[in-house]
Design a protein around this ligand. Structure first.
Ligand SMILES: *[C@@H]1O[C@H](CO)[C@@H](O)[C@H](O)[C@H]1NC(C)=O
Ligand SMILES: CC(=O)N[C@H]1CO[C@H](CO)[C@@H](O)[C@@H]1O
Length: 428
């Protein structure tokens, strides 16, 4: 009896020691690979455009950011290929990456990717030395991986005719999602007691929150932080307004998760793309995420706690609907209906059973999405077994999760993968 317990104890201890060792190794590796910020890089100007066909007068006019509501000559413009997508956290942005990856492949565009991992050393600010195979003056078309935005440095990598766009999400929902996904990576949450840690946190955030705590930005104004701003300013600080103005000057389009299809139609208009370029399946969706987990009271608290993000969101909600108005609400409704219909067609063609399944039910490991620490809540898809040859390639691409797709595009993700193996060993 005692022997058996002793054995169990020993194996628990072994597990703990092994776990601690491996985790330390990972942290060490992560630090060693940390950004080598080279401030001495020479300033060589990037060409005005990096598109193969120089942009015509017409498309240059469109890139001034102005929306021509009833642009009849839609078919005459040339698709924009110089694109910056600021990938924010927990905002359906993996779905947009899949769209951009496919567009980039189709047009043989050059991506500015990070090296060794899938982000530009987030939460460090972006520096161009983090770009894989970067050398000053080089031409890149698309940049779209997670970063902490740094306008001046991004502008040194991408051509001047680049279209910038990004996506925001209701800050209460975003906070809930971020707490779920990243909460365990924020040490000050470990001391929160009770079954519902988020509820407890929101009832007294000042008690738990530490602006200097490791990873703390995941739990306060994460959107504002992603844009390179200070996420713990008080709401009446003039830097909040300034930050919002800077984002609004730089970004040609700010999309909203809650109106995803409408957002894509506006994107198509801004980039002169085809409807076909917008086809998508919702990637990286969490189980049961279609219903909000916030009641009225919690939502109010979450918005109050993330007051800067709420202000940011309301600002760009207003500009979003102005753009829809300029586009023409009826034309928008027609286009959204067409996009939905075509997506539904693709679902029938590509997806086994026509819907997402739990991680455990995905047969093909190349279709397994990356999971948050401690659980398997992210759903994925099984490719239909008898897809006709005409659709096979597209179906596979549309269903490929972000990390696998990045690997296919030539990014070596050794740090991210090693981390994944450690978690597999620890069943974490
Ligand atoms: C967004 O704007 C629309 C149109 O003006 C408005 O009806 C809606 O209440 C706004 N939503 C938020 C969250 O501000
Ligand atoms: C206003 C405020 O508290 N700002 C702080 C936010 O957090 C950073 C560090 O993460 C501090 O340097 C700021 O002073």
């Amino acid at each position: 009896m005692v022997g058996k317990q002793g054995k169990q104890w020993r194996s628990v201890c072994k597990g703990l020691v092994l776990g601690t060792l491996l985790t330390s190794c990972m942290i060490l590796l992560y630090c060693l690979s940390a950004p080598e910020v080279q401030f001495g890089l020479p300033e060589v100007p990037v060409p005005y455009s990096c598109s193969h066909q120089p942009s015509s007068g017409h498309s240059m006019a469109a890139s001034s950011g102005a929306y021509q509501g009833s642009r009849k000559e839609q078919n005459r413009c040339t698709p924009k290929v110089d694109i910056m997508f600021m990938k924010t956290h927990k905002t359906a942005s993996s779905t947009i990456l899949n769209i951009l990856f496919r567009f980039g492949e189709k047009h043989h565009l050059k991506f500015a990717f990070p090296s060794s991992r899938n982000d530009f050393f987030y939460p460090s600010l972006f520096y161009r030395s983090q770009v894989k195979d970067y050398s000053p003056g080089m031409c890149f078309n698309i940049m779209c991986n997670h970063m902490r935005f740094n306008e001046a440095e991004v502008a040194k990598v991408l051509p001047a005719d680049t279209v910038y766009f990004t996506i925001l999400r209701d800050p209460a929902e975003l906070f809930e999602s971020s707490f779920h996904y990243f909460g365990r990576l924020v040490p000050f949450t470990w001391k929160i007691s009770g079954d519902d840690k988020m509820d407890e946190f929101l009832s007294n955030p000042e008690l738990y929150y530490d602006p200097k705590g490791f990873n703390s930005y995941y739990l306060k104004n994460l959107l504002f932080f992603d844009f390179g701003q200070d996420n713990n300013l008080s709401l009446d600080d003039p830097r909040v307004e300034e930050g919002i103005r800077a984002i609004s000057r730089r970004f040609d389009l700010v999309m909203l998760v809650e109106h995803f299809e409408e957002s894509l139609i506006l994107l198509k208009d801004a980039l002169c793309w085809d409807m076909e370029d917008l086809l998508f399946f919702k990637l990286n969706a969490r189980k049961g995420s279609t219903v909000s987990k916030l009641n009225h009271k919690l939502r109010a608290k979450a918005l109050q706690w993330n007051a800067i993000d709420w202000k940011l969101y309301q600002h760009f909600n207003a500009t979003f609907w102005k753009k829809v108005e300029a586009y023409g609400p009826e034309r928008m409704a027609t286009d959204v209906a067409e996009l939905r219909r075509r997506n539904a067609d693709m679902t029938n063609i590509c997806i086994e059973g026509g819907h997402a399944v739990d991680a455990g039910s995905i047969h093909d490991t190349s279709m397994q999405p990356w999971q948050p620490i401690g659980e398997k809540s992210i759903m994925g898809y099984n490719l239909n077994k008898n897809v006709d040859t005409a659709h096979q390639k597209l179906c596979r691409k549309m269903l490929t999760p972000e990390l696998q797709y990045l690997t296919d595009l030539g990014v070596n993700l050794w740090i991210t993968k090693l981390w994944g193996h450690v978690r597999d060993i620890l069943h974490w």
